[in-house]
Ligand binder design. Sequence first.
Ligand SMILES: CC(C)(COP(=O)(O)OP(=O)(O)OC[C@H]1O[C@@H](n2cnc3c(N)ncnc32)[C@H](O)[C@@H]1OP(=O)(O)O)[C@@H](O)C(=O)NCCC(=O)NCCS
Length: 165
Amino acid sequence: MSRFALELLDAFHDRRNFESGLESIDRYLRETARGHTDKGVSLTRVLVHADAAPPKPVLGYFTLTPCMVEAAGWPEVPKALPRNPVGAVLLGRLGVATGMQGAGIGSRLLSLARRISHDSLTSTGGIGLVVDAATDHLVVFYERYGFVRISPDSLRLFLPARSLV
Ligand SMILES: CC(C)(COP(=O)(O)OP(=O)(O)OC[C@H]1O[C@@H](n2cnc3c(N)ncnc32)[C@H](O)[C@@H]1OP(=O)(O)O)[C@@H](O)C(=O)NCCC(=O)NCCS
């Protein structure tokens, strides 16, 4: 990624002016992501212009966190999975600034999130990457990248560890 840099969210990023068009995504970055990142609850990474000066405008971001899922019976999971919860990574948030949407940033962020999740899962174990699509329309976005719905009427999607990179 030449013109852009992916950085852990920090004080020198301008999170106040970020707008993706989805209130829950904007509010999380403005109000919650920094505290969660500092405390290790989840990690938010932001995409910025490589040569941006503080406060650096946020072009897009994503949040990852470890999670436990009851995945027996989901499509694409290993056979005979335990019935109790097993480890995975949750893509908790993904957003691109309105002025940058439609230019491939979302796709790039997703691919970076997959790579980081792959590294995490190969270090600690875990069955794959989970995401909760905000709407039915967004299910299509994730399906383009190989995610599968865990059931036909669910907004939760799953990408198995073997398909992350
Ligand atoms: C959804 C979102 C992250 C996509 O980011 P983006 O930078 O606009 O996406 P890209 O330019 O990388 O598009 C990649 C592909 O996905 C498609 N796509 C983009 N947004 C889509 C959507 N909402 N639904 C379905 N497909 C979508 C694009 O058409 C593109 O397809 P193409 O390669 O055939 O042209 C961005 O629109 C966004 O931040 N939306 C508001 C917040 C949000 O909804 N977050 C997700 C919550 S689950």
